[in-house]
Every structure is written in structure tokens, then in C-alpha cells.
Design a protein around this ligand. Sequence first.
Ligand code: HEC
Length: 150
Amino acid sequence: MDRAGLLGVSHHARRSLMHSHSVLFDASEFGMPIRNILAGITLLLICATVSWPAHASSPSVSTGKAISGMCAACHGSDGMATVSSYPNLAGQNYKYLLNQLKAFKNDKRHNPIMHSHAAALSQKKMRDLAAYFASLEPGNCSVSKSKSKG
Ligand code: HEC
């Protein structure tokens, strides 16, 4: 953080130098990428620190999205099922989704496919996945509208 701050200061100093004098040496050519990399590392560190205490943290939609690939084959990458006999998850209630995943895992809701998937998930991953699917817009609205019209 200190180094990024220092670089920030020197960058400004460099810019004012470039304005007041003719440019002797353009340090920004390599200065900028290093600064960007440092900014990136700082951001990563902040993210890692914030998301580290897994049980204390709130569900993460972005983590859920990142790990939802294993669900997409059946439930669709947008939460809309690929096969009509599979349930859509997009826009479903967070608590409901979480409860179903827990129920599949401990076999209170019996389904061999979902049991094997849920059994592999930690509590944190279940919360992230539930948050992700709950955050999605439900699809197929036009289908149900056109159906109701007639
Ligand atoms: C091989 C296909 C398949 C995959 C992969 C899969 N599911 Fe499912 N999922 C199903 C089926 C089929 C059901 C309906 C189960 C039933 O009839 O009880 C279901 C049901 C669910 C439900 C309950 C929905 C409801 O409306 O009650 C949730 C939540 C769910 N899946 C989440 C997930 C998540 C999260 C993943 C990824 C970790 C995943 N599924 C991966 C096939 C799949």
C-alpha cells in the first residue's frame, strides 16, 4: 500500500515535471504498468483479506458465479434449465435454494443427481451458489405471457 502510494505521488510529480519542462525521459512507459500491477496486487490482497474468514463472510455472488459451471450443464449458465424436466434456478429465493442444497446433501430431499452434487459442496459454496442463482433474472417471462394470452 505504501509503495503504491509512493508510486502514485511520484507519478504526479513526474506529470508536473513533464508539464513544466521539456521531457527528458519518459518514465511513464514502464512506470504505468508497474503501477497498475501494484494496484492489482493491492486489490487482490484486499479481496483476499475481506473474503478470508469463510464462515464469517456473507455469501458471494461472484464466487457463486465462478463455481456455477458445474451446475450449468443442467440448470443453464443463466439459471434457466437446459432440459424442461430440470428446474430453473434463476431468481429463486436465496433461502429456498440454500435449504434445497442442504436437504439434497443430507438426503432429506432425495435425488441421486443432486445428492452427489450437493455432497461435494461446503456450506460456504452452497451459500455462494444460492446467492448467485437468486441474483439472476428469471427468464421465460415472454413464454408464460404468450401462453396466458392464448
Ligand atoms: C446432471 C444434472 C444436474 C446438475 C449438474 C445439477 N443439478 Fe441441480 N437439479 C437437477 C435435477 C434433475 C433437479 C430436480 C431434483 C428433484 O426432482 O428433486 C435439481 C434440483 C436442484 C435444486 C432444487 C430446485 C427447486 O426448485 O427445488 C437446486 C437448488 C439445485 N438443483 C442446485 C444445483 C446446483 C447449485 C448445482 C451445481 C453445484 C446443480 N444443481 C447441479 C439436476 C442437476
